[in-house]
Design a protein around this ligand. Structure first.
Ligand code: 9MR
Length: 566
């Protein structure tokens, strides 16, 4: 009988492009220094090489060695064999090797749809009845206005569930949508050809944009038509239990409007206006509606530049108390930058470019839900050829900073134990660390777009390898992809549906140095931040899924497919 694969051999369990780097890492003491790549049946050796000398992993200090088989060009299904350790999980070498996981990462959003039933025709093994129609949503007292007093009702249907919970948050939708729309703007021909088997497939519009529209239509309903401000979130007072969407019947509220929500909304609507404006027949009037919504939201934020969503303060004043995700940002400088950049690019009006200081300092902060400055920079760089003179003069500086940021991310990656860009410092391993790996990958692809230097492509690929298994946990963090992938995400439908396999295409949060203290799951065994992950559904701090983590995976996996293929 074949031996079980060795958990100590860590590699991208999906596979490798014939013409791109191929690396595996072996953890633990080892005398032997050779490795072999063999056909999956173990019968034929297609490549042999020497392991790099042993070195301690940065955080756990465990000994590691690297197997580099980049020069293997043969296609097929293989295992890596290391005498004294055993064999790895199987992987493929072939063109378009990430095509399926890339598509699945978008399909993951379909599974997050509120309002709609998911029939078996599209949902395969995971059909479910419609949940959370949100056609009768209450105005929370914190959101009351003369036209919409507390307790009055609005309709705010569609959208995606944020994560493992069933609420809908504008701030987190903001970065998610911006990332997905940017993926489309950067790789339009690639997405035009992709089919995801969703209800809208075949309507001449890329499936990615059909899926994104599901959430866009919800977002539009979150704007107060009276003044243009945007409600921070649509939520239950408290998280639902571990039940299926249709079983969750608690009342839902929209809460206080805020500056972050309004600016994120403005940025998304401005970008959406540009993108959907390319499909006027399919979506008549949509681009105009989005742009109007964007300008109104931006104007509201200019008049209300410091309205924080402070859940504690709100709970002191109003009932019912709200205890769901806060996404409480206090600093709006980056949201102003992002919104102004998108409005400028869509309208070509210099007044948006000059409305805020786009370069207040030389910082290049990695994107996350509370930090969206670079989304604006990426968009400005994307349209480098279409800038008006006022923006054109900043372009060299902007491009220089984007490339320098990528260089900084890459520095030392080749010498790290796992040879990934991810893991430079302990800070990479926070709540939702997988999104750091993916967002670093996006930053590297921006540098590739500017320089055409393939070293950035390969560096970005190292982080996709990280997400699919070449990491200190040995897990592929994408459900359904990889023999040892996340099986028990903190995701209500996956927990409550009675189906063994988790809903596929979802990215787990990943190792989080604080996770054991935050969710107090009993199953952690790790002692270092890069290993602080448990594939247990109690682990909302390391094993939840979230739309703002899946979105950069969509960009990275699909972008690499578009750019590398071979
Ligand atoms: O992604 C969020 C992370 O940065 C925060 O540290 C964490 C705790 O506040 O919340 C995360 O977001 C969660 C949100 O509040 C509610 N839905 C699930 C999100 C993912 O865990």
């Amino acid at each position: 009988m074949a031996q079980a694969p060795s958990e100590e051999i860590r590699l991208n369990q999906v596979g490798f492009y014939p013409a791109a780097p191929k690396v595996a890492v072996v953890v633990g003491e080892l005398k032997e220094t050779v490795f072999h790549v063999k056909t999956a049946d173990g019968k034929k050796t297609v490549f042999s090489g020497k392991l790099a000398p042993m070195k301690p992993a940065e955080f756990s200090k465990k000994p590691t060695r690297v197997a580099d088989f980049s020069s293997l060009r043969q296609t097929g299904t293989f295992v890596l064999e290391i005498p004294g350790k055993g064999t790895s999980y199987t992987f493929e070498v072939k063109p378009k090797v990430h095509e399926a996981v890339a598509a699945a990462s978008i399909k993951g959003f379909y599974y997050q749809r509120t309002f709609s039933e998911l029939p078996q025709q599209y949902a395969g093994q995971w059909p479910r009845p419609a949940g959370h129609p949100d056609t009768q949503v209450l105005i929370h007292p914190s959101a009351a206005s003369p036209q919409r007093p507390a307790g009055s009702v609005i309709s705010s249907p569609r959208g995606w569930y944020d994560a493992g919970d069933y609420n809908k948050y504008i701030v987190n939708s903001g970065i998610t949508m911006g990332t997905l729309l940017s993926g489309y703007e950067d790789f339009p021909e690639y997405f035009q050809k992709q089919s995801l088997n969703i209800p809208e497939s075949g309507n001449q519009v890329p499936d990615l944009l059909d899926e994104v529209l599901w959430n866009l239509r919800w977002m539009l309903t979150m704007q107060d038509p009276q003044d243009g401000g945007v409600y921070h979130k649509l939520t239950n007072p408290a998280f639902d239990g571990i039940i299926m969407p249709h079983q969750a019947q608690n009342p839902r509220y929209v809460v206080q409007k805020g500056t972050a929500a309004s600016l994120d909304f403005a940025a998304v609507m401005a970008q959406a206006s540009r993108v959907y404006g390319k499909f006027p027949k399919a979506f008549p009037g949509l681009a105009d509606s989005c742009l109007t919504a964007a300008t109104k939201a931006f104007a509201w934020a200019q008049q209300n530049p410091k309205v924080e969503y402070n859940q504690e303060a709100i709970n002191k004043e109003f009932q019912p108390q709200i205890s769901t995700g806060a996404y409480g940002d206090k600093d709006f400088q980056d949201e102003f930058i992002w919104a102004a950049a998108e409005l400028y690019l869509t309208t070509k009006q210099d007044r948006y470019y000059t409305a805020v200081n786009l370069f207040p300092d030389d910082k290049m902060p990695l994107p996350s839900w509370g930090q969206v400055r670079l989304l604006g920079y990426y968009s400005l760089a994307r349209f480098s050829k279409e800038l008006t003179p006022v923006a054109k003069k900043d372009l060299p500086l902007l491009q220089k900073r984007l490339v320098a940021f990528a260089d900084e991310l890459m520095a030392g990656a080749h010498d790290r134990a796992y040879r990934t860009v991810m893991g430079k410092t302990e800070r990479d391993y926070n709540w939702g660390s997988s999104s750091n790996a993916a967002n670093q990958g996006i930053a590297l692809l921006q540098a590739f777009r500017i320089t055409s230097d393939r070293k950035y492509l390969h560096a970005a690929l190292s982080n996709l390898d990280y997400l699919l298994g070449r990491n200190a946990t040995g897990f592929s963090f994408v459900t359904g992809y990889g023999q040892k992938s996340t099986r028990h995400p903190h995701h209500r439908p996956s927990m409550a549906d009675g189906i063994a396999e988790p809903v596929p295409g979802l990215l787990a949060g990943g190792p989080n140095g604080q996770a054991n203290r935050q969710d107090k799951c009993p199953t952690y065994t790790a002692t270092s931040p890069d290993e602080m992950y448990t594939d247990d559904d109690c682990s909302y701090a390391s094993n939840e899924i979230a739309i703002n983590w899946n979105a950069p995976l969509v960009y990275l996996a699909n972008g690499l497919e578009a750019l590398l293929q071979k």
